[in-house]
Design a protein. Structure first.
Length: 270
């Protein structure tokens, strides 16, 4: 449905942004790496600056001024206050109470019981990312957690997420999301994914057991992993590792300010 705005039902990750102490340097880095362009969306009463990054004219992500260099994943909700209460009931923490973020929406900063930080987003003018899953755009938010059972229990109770054996342990799904996509911006999704296990169209996030501290990792699609790794180094970032899986070629990298993220090239088996 050309021209239709991408919307996100309650419980679906909808937006990502990165905090940087030097926004000019961050804009230079991400513009060079992903081809993003930027416009200022800072509200008049905001203590810092907020730059919306666009790709092909569509909202892709954002850069926020601040000293804590990290990428953040946002989860959509109809009511940030009610969603924050649900986080608390499920055993999580509300680090910053719900508050208005200018005309774009209302948000809260939360953490799950293992310490992985995320934000809630109640949209007003900005429903979330409008371009995803293409080179230069956000692809997935992946939870890494040392206690898989506890993580699954929290996100199920707080947001209704499920982990189905048929899909493997590495995927969270929200029942009905595939139908939402079919009814809005992707009418052919069920036919296109007919080869996949039932529920695959409902997948909304990744999940990986990890011995490290719990955190949300942000993954971006690239057309050529090795070329993008070279760009990261050329632009002043850092490359930590590169791995190949059955379906992807990936790299863990960081921007010049130290915010880490994942580059992912889709390379399905022939």
């Amino acid at each position: 449905m050309p021209g239709e705005q991408r919307t996100y039902p309650t419980g679906v990750p909808c937006w990502v942004d990165v905090t940087a102490s030097d926004l000019d340097e961050a804009a230079r880095f991400y513009g060079g790496l992903f081809g993003w362009e930027f416009h200022d969306a800072t509200s008049s009463d905001a203590p810092g600056s907020y730059l919306i990054a666009t790709l092909d004219g569509e909202d892709a992500a954002a850069l926020a001024s601040g000293d804590d260099a990290r990428w953040m994943s946002y989860i959509a909700c109809e009511d940030a206050d009610a969603a924050a209460d649900a986080v608390l009931r499920a055993g999580g923490a509300v680090l910053d109470a719900p508050g208005d973020a200018g005309p774009g929406g209302r948000m809260a900063t939360c953490a799950d019981p293992q310490g992985a930080v995320f934000r809630l987003w109640q949209p007003h003018r900005r429903p979330g990312a409008q371009i995803v899953n293409v080179p230069g755009a956000w692809n997935f938010s992946d939870l890494h957690a040392p206690d898989p059972a506890a993580a699954q229990r929290f996100y199920r109770e707080a947001f209704g997420w499920q982990v189905d054996a048929d899909l493997g342990a590495g995927m969270f799904r929200l029942p009905g999301y595939g139908d939402h996509l079919a009814a809005t911006i992707d009418p052919d999704i069920h036919e296109r994914q007919a080869f996949a296990p039932p529920g695959f169209a409902d997948v909304i996030a990744g999940f990986t057991p990890s011995d490290e501290n719990a955190r949300w990792w942000i993954r971006f699609t690239v057309g050529d992993r090795d070329a993008s790794v070279a760009d990261v180094e050329r632009l002043g970032g850092h490359v930590f590792s590169a791995t190949d899986t059955a379906w992807t070629r990936e790299a863990v990298v960081a921007d010049p300010g130290g915010a880490r993220f994942i580059l992912s090239q889709y390379t399905p088996p022939e």
